[in-house]
Design a protein around this ligand. Structure first.
Ligand code: 6PG
Length: 245
């Protein structure tokens, strides 16, 4: 079995689904999980390597961290994907994370590793692939999911070169069209993965995912655990006997 297949096979852990009453409760849980993963990693290795999700879903959890205590000196922040736009453009994932949390956080700027997507998708992906190679494995990867089952900037119907760690993405169906994304392989090279899914608009993709459909989000594994954290709107009535908190 090829290394990549072995890795992906090994990393396709059973997904754990956790449903919360609303998006605020999801945000509280995600922030708690980030702090717990950090404490565990710092105790073991003296650093915490976390990949942030883009989009709107994680922002409430990032804001929760503003009121939290942690050993911020040892936090290292990476991004799961970035939109090709100027660095201070409001549509940039890094800008949204900075406004919600990072700009007011004690985390040292030199410990925040931005995808320099303003340089263009190919150049930024080549550079970030090297950064990811040095950083893997991560301790925690946060992801969102789109209504078509995409995650990061891995979209349905877009081929993924097998051994790449960071990809140049063009013609993305979710604007802007040009992006940089970590690959499934890179996103799965983490002790834990937490996928944040909120809002009724995501319910159809959740149903497809749980029915076993091959979606970009369903290809994400982890070395220890993959948790999908949903609010009731995204989960719908599809959850019998799963954790509903
Ligand atoms: C992006 C994200 C993308 C996002 C999903 C969900 O650049 O848009 O990386 O994968 O996580 O589209 O977006 P929302 O959280 O805004 O619903």
């Amino acid at each position: 079995m090829r290394n990549v297949d072995l890795f992906m096979d090994m990393s396709q852990q059973k997904v754990k689904w956790r449903v919360f009453e609303d998006a605020d409760r999801v945000a509280e849980y995600v922030a708690q999980q980030m702090l717990a993963a950090a404490a565990r990693a710092i105790a073991r290795r003296g650093e915490f390597k976390c990949v942030l999700a883009g989009g709107r879903s994680p922002l409430a959890a990032y804001r929760q961290l503003l009121n939290s205590d942690a050993d911020w000196r040892y936090w290292k922040i990476y991004f799961g994907d970035e939109r090709c736009a100027p660095a201070d453009d409001p549509q940039r994932n890094s800008k949204a994370a900075a406004e919600a949390w990072l700009a007011q956080s004690p985390i040292a700027p030199e410990n925040v590793f931005y995808i320099q997507a303003e340089q263009g998708a190919e150049r930024a992906a080549a550079a970030y692939g090297k950064r990811v190679q040095e950083a893997m494995p991560f301790d925690l990867v946060l992801l969102g999911m789109g209504e078509d089952g995409h995650t990061a900037s891995l979209f349905p119907g877009h081929a993924e070169p097998e051994h790449e760690l960071a990809l140049a993405v063009h013609d993305a169906p979710k604007p802007p069209p040009d992006r940089v994304s970590l690959s499934s392989l890179a996103l799965s090279s983490s002790s834990r993965v937490l996928i944040i899914v909120t809002g009724a608009g995501k319910h159809a993709a959740v149903r497809r995912w749980r029915a076993g459909e091959d979606l970009p989000v369903s290809r994400i594994g982890a070395l220890e655990s993959v948790q999908v954290v949903l609010d009731r709107d995204a989960a719908g009535e599809a959850f019998q006997g799963e954790d509903v908190l």
